[in-house]
Design a protein around this ligand. Structure first.
Ligand SMILES: [Zn+2]
Length: 382
């Protein structure tokens, strides 16, 4: 979701930077909120204010990115949202072997973002108080398009503090998760951090709504909005945690195709095409007797027929393939498919071909498995 609702704006330190469309909502929201107050804000100033908030988020993420780089990690993309950023790592490669120092590294990277904001707020705030009393640092509204300098200080402070909330995937929640991971495995630590995030977010929404009642605090709608953001974040993380769990715990024998067509190296390409027409399969193991000797795809067959006319499967097939065992995990299969640009993995037992796994087949079964686990868990919970 984060990816689809965002537009790329460039690259920084090799990481793709994307802006989430919620920044447009922020623009509209600030404009409406300020028009409702009697102030004399102009579209240009509102744009500048949103620019200030945007700048704070960029600096925050830069803090994370530089800390991550110092620790030898590389993110794939950063999506900038008004409340912070989301760093996307490649799910299929996020299986780095856990070691004792991982939790320290995670804490350093998580804290780097909020610390940048808080440092800016403190330094700039001190300078304003000492040298520019006309900025009225302590006058409300703290964030307003007519007071950009004051807004810069407070935006940084709010952003830093909000991200320190112990609600995964906020930075504070990441610290919490890292601390948990000293005592339990990564998946357990994540799920515990997500439960805490759920509880905290729900509490914020409920308290915020209660405060909105007559006699309460009218500004508490902020609490509700932020609580909703946290709930969404926790939900997204929960889904990807299920996805990772499936990757780690499901074996190839659970998802491999056992009903598939094979070709013989002695088949002519026209025969092969004839067989290929009657199946949805795109890639075929080439088998001699009981030995697997190569792989060939529909596209290979067609191309060879077009370029060189009829010939034998033997001369077109790819002899370089890599077999897996029944008990290999999906994560391992994904890594193999990705790193070697393969489209099919034969599953072998005692030299015998017992099944095949294709990329399309994997994506499909993943979705099914995740869904069935969720259903099973919901059945257990109720
Ligand atoms: Zn952050």
């Amino acid at each position: 979701m984060a990816r689809n609702w965002s537009i790329p704006i460039g690259r920084l330190f090799g990481v793709e930077i994307r802006v989430h469309l919620t920044f447009v909502f922020l623009l509209a929201f600030v404009w409406m909120a300020e028009s409702a107050m009697k102030g004399n804000s102009t579209p240009g100033r509102v744009l500048a204010l949103v620019g200030v908030i945007f700048g704070c988020v960029v600096l925050h993420e830069l803090g994370h990115a530089l800390a991550a780089r110092r620790e030898g990690m590389q993110a794939k993309a950063i999506v900038l949202l008004p409340i912070g950023g989301i760093t996307l790592v490649d799910e299929t490669q996020a299986q780095a072997a856990p070691d004792a120092a991982t939790w320290k590294r995670d804490i350093k990277i998580a804290l780097a973002g909020p610390l940048v904001n808080i440092a800016i707020a403190v330094v700039l705030g001190t300078v304003l108080l000492a040298r520019f009393p006309e900025a009225h640092l302590w006058t409300k509204p703290f964030i307003h398009s007519n007071h950009l300098l004051r807004s810069l200080v407070w935006s940084n402070l709010y952003l830093g503090l909000f991200n320190l909330l112990p609600a995964y995937p906020m930075d504070g929640g990441r610290v919490l998760r890292a601390l948990f991971s000293r005592r339990m495995d990564g998946a357990q630590a994540t799920s515990r951090a997500i439960s805490i995030a759920h509880a905290l977010a729900t509490l914020m929404v409920v308290v915020g709504m209660l405060l909105l009642l007559p006699g309460g605090h009218p500004d508490s709608y902020w609490l509700v909005i932020l609580g909703c953001f946290l709930l969404i974040g926790a939900q997204v993380e929960e889904r990807s945690a299920i996805f990772r769990k499936v990757l780690e715990t499901v074996h190839l024998e659970d998802v491999m195709l056992t009903d598939f067509k094979t070709l013989s190296p002695a088949d002519t390409l026209e025969d092969a095409l004839e067989k290929a027409v009657h199946t949805l399969q795109d890639d075929f193991p080439v088998v001699r007797g009981t030995d697997m000797v190569g792989i060939i795809s529909k596209a290979n067959i067609l191309q060879a027929l077009r370029m060189e006319g009829n010939g034998y499967v033997q001369s077109v097939m790819n002899r370089f393939f890599e077999a897996s065992a029944r008990t290999d995990s999906l994560a391992a299969a994904f890594r193999k498919l990705n790193s070697r640009k393969l489209s099919i993995i034969p599953v072998v037992e005692d030299q015998h071909l017992v099944g095949i796994v294709t990329l399309q087949n994997l994506m499909h079964s993943m979705a099914l498995l995740a869904e069935s686990r969720k259903l099973r868990r919901e059945a257990l919970d109720s």
